[in-house]
Design a binder for this molecule. Structure first.
Ligand code: EPU
Length: 420
């Protein structure tokens, strides 16, 4: 099994170009099922989850062609199977995103029920409730969701009980081909949902209100092909900004969208970073200083993203002072805390709050990645620690960070992938 061997203690200094966003490209790949012509996507990140999505589309019968390293063409005209099987869904929960598109375009879908995962129980009741309100008949049996509808789905007024990113994406996609108008209240405002919506509009969908909590979709009979560039990954950008901050370094990230990172940039400034931004770049400079501990609460966008929580727990572990981080989106997203404690961090968990008293120095140790963002937190801690850290179960990180060891090495870190 692959591991990352990291010698800490080097300030990270340099420049990077942001990769395409994982959480935008996954729903957009599912959305290609709605089009009756090929869809070409550029700025597609090279990630394990993209490979899994591609395998899923191919399993359904789609033709997926790689044109350049980051451009994929998906032709779904040959789709003749409608099942997302357990062996794929268990490796990537986002497979649930094919449910809405398959149902809307073909009238039938079967998707293995995603179970809980390391960060929480993660039910999909809101996805199913929304689709049922649009006329789908859905049963959950023997670990599978089976959904069907006769004719087109019907537009409906949906009020989501809570803000759900993939739940909003699923009903949004289904609504594009429904008969009549769908209003999604309490919709997720995440930039990745907006990017999906923009891609659907480029395919001929009629959507207004993207980026607000009320999204209105007027159904159309068909969606056509398009060429769409996937937005940059704000969580990848944020992670590398923290990598520079935690090592007292400086970094410029190009090809990114600073406006999507307001909450994160604010916390980095509170931690003592000097931040400059342009329309598509962010420069962070710690001026060699140790970060100050910060207080934050995760929340749906535009609040502080839960996908940046573990990275800030790592930052607080070595920062000056006491910081508190409260997780409100997922019930069990602090698995990294025990591993950070093994590196010498002083963190106390009180319910869903991690209270850290920053230490001057963490010490390298063997640690275990438990999910994607927890692994990112451990890698950041390792970069700041004295000595060698071996991060096990790196497959988690490969799900969402393109070429992490090359990118960190480019910034001056000592990182090597080893097997065994
Ligand atoms: N929830 C329900 N019922 C539902 C749907 C969600 O109770 O039907 C709950 C969840 O259990 C959770 C909360 O609502 O407590 C928010 O979950 P959400 O549905 O928004 O999460 P998701 O769509 O499954 C996406 C990202 C996650 C990211 C969250 C929150 C993708 C593919 N995944 O997950 O990304 O943490 O939104 O922003 O977009 C990651 O990239 O590491 C990752 C986990």
């Amino acid at each position: 099994m692959n591991k990352l061997l990291i010698e800490g203690g080097q300030p990270l200094i340099g420049e990077l170009h942001a990769a395409g966003a994982k959480n935008a490209v996954l729903p957009i790949l599912a959305a290609t099922l709605l089009a009756d012509e090929p869809v070409t996507l550029s700025n597609v990140p090279q990630l394990r989850d993209v490979t899994t999505s591609r395998a899923l589309l191919e399993r359904l019968g789609a033709q997926v062609t790689l044109h350049e390293p980051m451009t994929l063409e998906v032709d779904t005209r040959s789709v003749d199977k409608f099942c997302a099987p357990y062996d794929l869904v268990k490796t990537m929960r986002a497979s649930i995103l094919v449910l809405g598109p398959l149902l809307a375009r073909y009238g039938y879908a079967e998707v293995s029920l995603p179970g809980g995962c390391a960060i929480g129980s993660r039910p999909v009741d809101q996805h199913l409730r929304g689709l049922r309100a649009m006329g789908a008949e859905i049963e959950v049996d023997a670990g599978y969701i089976r959904a069907c509808c006769s004719g087109r789905l019907r537009g409906a007024r949906l009020v989501l009980d809570l803000v759900t990113v993939t739940g909003t994406a699923n009903v949004l996609m289904a609504a594009t081909l429904a008969e009549g108008t769908t209003v999604i209240e309490n919709a997720a405002r995440e930039p990745e949902v907006v990017d999906l919506g923009d891609c659907l509009v480029a395919m001929g969908a009629d959507i207004t209100g993207l980026g607000t909590d009320t999204v209105v979709v007027r159904g159309v009979p068909r969606l056509h092909g398009t060429h769409y560039p996937v937005m940059p990954d704000r969580i990848e950008t944020g992670t590398y900004l923290v990598a520079a901050a935690i090592t007292h370094g400086q970094i410029t990230i190009h090809g990114t969208r600073p406006a999507c990172l307001d909450a994160v940039l604010l916390k980095l400034q509170e931690a003592g970073a000097q931040i400059d931004t342009g329309s598509d770049w962010i420069h962070l400079d710690m001026q060699g200083r140790r970060p100050q501990a910060v207080h934050l609460r995760t929340a749906p966008h535009p609040g502080f993203p839960t996908d940046m929580q573990a990275q800030f727990v790592a930052l607080n572990a070595i920062a000056a002072g006491v910081g508190t981080i409260t997780e409100t989106v997922f019930e069990n997203r602090f698995m990294h805390v025990n591993e950070l404690q093994r590196m010498g961090a002083l963190i106390r968990l009180e319910g869903n709050t991690a209270i850290s008293t920053g230490v001057a120095q963490l010490t390298g140790a063997p640690v275990m990645a438990t999910d994607l963002r927890a692994s990112a937190g451990l890698v950041l801690a390792a970069l700041a620690a004295r000595g060698t850290t071996v991060v096990d179960r790196v497959y988690h990180i490969d799900r969402g960070y393109q070429g992490i060891e090359q990118r960190l090495t480019q910034l001056g870190a000592s990182v090597r992938r080893i097997t065994g």
